[in-house]
Design a protein around this ligand. Structure first.
Ligand code: DAH
Length: 342
C-alpha cells in the first residue's frame, strides 16, 4: 500500500508541474489533497490495517501529502510570477513610442535663414560682427555720411528713444537702429583701435526697426544682414562677384544676380541688387556699393589707402522669397501650422 501511495504522489507531482494556469492548479489541488482525494480515501482504509502496517502507510501518506503540497506551492509561485509578467507587459507605458510621436522643435525659419547666411559668408572667409539695437544718431546716420539735415534721412522712418529721465546719460540722441549699417562703422573703428584690420571681411546680421505699419511686405521689426569688405584695391567687380557667389550658394547654382544703379549716402557708386527667380522674374534683394570715402574717414581710415564695398539686405525678405511665403506677418504670428513647415 505504501508503494501505491508514493506512486500516487509521483503522478500527482507530475500533473502539478504541468498545470497550465492558476485555475487548473486550484482544481488539481482539490483533487489531489482535498476531502475527495485518493489520499483521503487511502487514509480512511487505515483503520483496517494492523498497527505495524498502519505506521508505514501513515508515514507514506504524510510524505506524499508533503511532497504534493510543496509541488503545489512551487507551481503556484511560478504561475503567479508568470501572470505578473504578462500583466506588467500589458500595462507597460512605452515611453519611446511617445518620444517618436512627439514633434521635436526646431529653430524659427528666420533664425534658420540667418544661420544659413552666416554659414555661406563664413565659408567665404568672413567674420560675424554685431552691434547694439539701441544706437546713437552718430552711428546710425552721421558716420554713414548722413549729417543731421541730410534729406536722405527720411528714407528711414526712425523710432527715436526719449532719453528724458536717463539723467544726462544720453547727450546724443538715441534711436532704434533702422538698419545694420551702423555695425560697419563700429567694426571699422574697432578694427583700427584693436589693430586687427583692415583688411576687414565681416557680415553683421541683426534686428532692425522702422516706424512702419505691418503689412504683407513690411514689418516694423525685421532683420538685415550687412556685409563690409575693406582692403587694398577692392573694386565693384569684387562686389558683384561676391553677390553672385552668395546667390548661388544660398539659392542654388541655377540662379543669378544683377546690379542696378541706385543711391545710398554711404556708398559711391551705389546699386541695388536683384536675383532672378526660378521663373526668370527679377526680385529686389537689397542695396550695395563702394564704401563712401567720407565713411572711411569717419572711421579713421585713409580712403587713399583703403577701398571697400558694402551691402545690406533683409533676412525676412530673403526667407519669404526662398520659401514662397505670401505674407511677412506669417513669420511673427507663431502659428504652429505655419512654423511646422520649415
Ligand atoms: N542700409 C540700407 C537699408 O537699410 C541697405 C544698404 C544699402 C546697406 C547699401 C549697405 C549698402 O551696406 O551699401 O536700406
Amino acid at each position: 500500500m505504501s508503494d501505491e501511495v508514493s506512486q500516487l504522489a509521483d503522478e500527482g507531482v507530475a500533473r502539478v508541474a504541468a498545470a497550465a494556469d492558476l485555475d487548473a492548479l486550484h482544481e488539481l489541488e482539490l483533487e489531489l489533497l482535498g476531502k475527495r482525494s485518493r489520499l483521503t480515501a487511502v487514509k480512511a482504509t487505515m483503520r483496517d490495517l494492523d498497527p505495524e502496517q498502519r505506521k508505514t502507510v501513515g508515514a507514506a501518506l504524510n510524505a506524499a501529502r508533503t511532497r504534493l503540497e510543496e509541488a503545489v506551492t512551487g507551481r503556484r509561485t511560478e504561475l503567479e510570477s508568470a501572470a505578473r509578467r504578462v500583466q506588467l507587459e500589458a500595462e507597460r507605458l512605452d515611453l519611446t513610442e511617445h518620444l517618436g510621436r512627439a514633434t521635436v522643435g526646431h529653430a524659427h525659419p528666420i533664425t534658420q535663414t540667418w544661420e544659413r547666411l552666416e554659414d555661406v559668408f563664413v565659408g567665404m572667409g568672413y567674420r560675424v560682427a554685431d552691434g547694439p539695437e539701441v544706437e546713437t544718431d552718430w552711428f546710425n546716420f552721421e558716420a554713414l555720411n548722413l549729417p543731421p539735415s541730410h534729406p536722405a534721412r527720411s528714407l528711414w522712418d526712425t523710432l527715436y528713444l526719449d532719453p528724458a529721465g536717463l539723467d544726462g546719460v544720453a547727450a546724443e540722441q538715441l534711436l532704434l537702429r533702422t538698419h545694420t549699417s551702423p555695425v560697419q562703422a563700429r567694426t571699422m573703428l574697432a578694427a583700427v583701435r584693436d589693430g586687427w584690420g583692415p583688411p576687414i571681411y565681416v557680415v553683421c546680421p541683426g534686428r532692425v526697426y522702422r516706424r512702419d505699419t505691418a503689412d504683407a511686405t513690411h514689418l516694423p521689426v525685421f532683420h538685415q544682414v550687412e556685409g563690409l569688405v575693406v582692403d587694398r584695391g577692392i573694386t565693384m567687380g569684387d562686389l558683384s562677384g561676391t553677390i553672385e557667389t552668395f546667390t548661388k550658394a544660398y539659392f542654388g547654382a541655377d540662379l543669378t544676380s544683377r546690379m542696378r544703379p541706385s543711391y545710398f549716402p554711404f556708398t559711391e557708386p551705389s546699386a541695388e541688387f536683384d536675383i532672378s527667380g526660378p521663373d526668370g522674374e527679377w526680385l529686389e534683394l537689397g542695396g550695395c556699393g563702394m564704401v563712401h570715402p567720407n565713411v572711411l574717414r569717419s572711421c579713421g581710415l585713409d580712403p587713399e589707402e583703403w577701398t571697400g564695398f558694402a551691402f545690406g539686405f533683409g533676412i525676412d525678405r530673403l526667407a519669404k522669397v526662398r520659401h514662397h511665403v505670401e505674407d511677412l506677418r506669417d513669420f511673427i504670428t507663431n502659428d504652429q501650422r505655419f512654423l511646422e513647415q520649415f
